[in-house]
Design a protein around this ligand. Structure first.
Ligand code: 5AD
Ligand code: FES
Length: 352
């Protein structure tokens, strides 16, 4: 629907009016499916061990300065209990690619949460695994999976990751996850070293092909103990434009206003909501380990309790005219709200 030239124009524009028109169009595209509702997800960062060595990431295997931690099953269940008491209906279990968490252990963990919370959504974000592993986690009760593709350009991917990793493998994982039946989240960073506007165009085209249910987009932020320590951080407005473009291309998607956006600007997340995002992911991890999950420098909310974060975000969101929503907030598989409304009238035979 959008030509390459049109998308590149929006990616590159410096014009304030054009940018505002893009954000307005993104809000309009979101309205029929989600109105002004913003869904809350409780994030549990349960291990910062990782076997990978992505050049941008603070918890890469090669970073000897990270104090590593791994939450026990009991500690993770405590986070879920606290999150449930605060009203969260989605738990996002995120971690590095930690070999300790074998398929059996992950399945056990998912099963334990599923048993206690039969109606909650369980989202995994634990990197690349075999199709068989993904199937086992799905059977154990996981419903959603986040795996950002990071960049859809082959050469660019090679400059952000060691040779052991490949874009083809990452894409394979994403398509496997979708086929299995997960609600799937892809996504990318904006402003990583060597990224060009054409790379971002490829990211958008990849999203169109994959048709993910969720899209995570955040600015690259340098972490001081990585090879990209002195690279500049991604720009706020370019990141917001990419959020808006993702919304235009995937009107039904669940798009988080990311913590990284809140880190590059105090009102970065609220601006993302105004550019088409509709999800926030406050942290439920124990306060003692928050600072250790340092993918990038100066991460926000690392000193706050889960309850404080929830309250703070709720207030912020309301003040921007959005409605915090603690429901599961599944992907809008069905028709738009307007269509549902008229369908309801048709079935009931009346407006009441
Ligand atoms: N800056 C911003 N985002 C980062 N991520 C990892 N390292 C950084 C960084 N330095 C993002 C990646 C990953 C997600 C969990 O965090 O996109 O998929
Ligand atoms: Fe975490 Fe404001 S959102 S303290």
């Amino acid at each position: 629907m959008y030509s390459d030239a049109a998308l590149l124009q929006y990616i590159a524009t410096e014009d304030a009016a054009e940018t505002e028109a893009l954000f307005a169009a993104a809000r309009e595209a979101r309205a029929p499916y989600y109105g002004n509702e913003v869904y809350f997800r409780g994030l549990i960062e349960f291990t910062n061990y990782c076997r990978n060595d992505c050049y941008y990431c603070g918890i890469r295997a090669g970073n000897r300065r990270v104090e590593r931690y791994r939450l026990s099953l009991g500690e993770i269940l405590d986070c879920c209990r606290a999150g449930d008491a605060l009203g969260f209906k989605t738990f996002v279990l995120q971690g590095g690619e930690d070999p300790y968490f074998t398929d059996e252990r992950v399945a056990e963990l998912v099963g334990a949460i599923r048993e206690r919370y039969p109606d909650h959504a369980i989202t995994l974000s634990i990197g690349e695994r075999s199709r068989g592993s993904y199937e086992a986690f799905f059977r154990a009760g996981a419903n959603r999976y986040l795996l950002r593709h990071e960049t859809a350009n082959e050469a660019h991917y090679g400059r952000l990751h060691p040779d052991a990793m490949s874009l083809a493998k990452r894409k394979r994982c994403l398509f496997d996850l979708k086929e299995i039946g997960y609600q799937v989240g892809a996504g990318f960073m904006v402003g990583t070293p060597f990224q060009t506007p054409e790379c971002l165009l490829e990211d958008l085209r990849f999203l169109e092909t994959l048709q993910p249910h969720m899209v995570g987009i955040g600015p690259f932020i340098p972490q001081s103990d990585t090879p990209f320590a002195s690279a500049p951080q991604g720009a706020l407005t370019l990141t917001l434009r990419m959020v808006a473009l993702a919304r235009l291309l995937l009107p039904r998607a669940l798009i988080p206003a990311t913590t990284a956006l809140g880190t590059v600007a105090p009102d970065g997340r609220e601006k993302a909501l105004l550019a088409g995002a509709n999800v926030v992911m406050p942290n439920l991890s124990p306060k003692a380990v928050r600072k250790l999950y340092a993918l990038y420098d100066n991460k926000i909310c690392t000193g706050d309790e889960a309850a404080e974060c929830r309250q703070c975000l709720e207030g912020r969101i309301r003040s921007f005219g959005f409605a915090p929503n603690m429901a599961r907030g599944d992907f809008a598989f069905g028709s738009s709200r307007t269509t549902e409304f008229f369908e309801g009238i048709r079935q009931r035979g009346s407006c009441l």
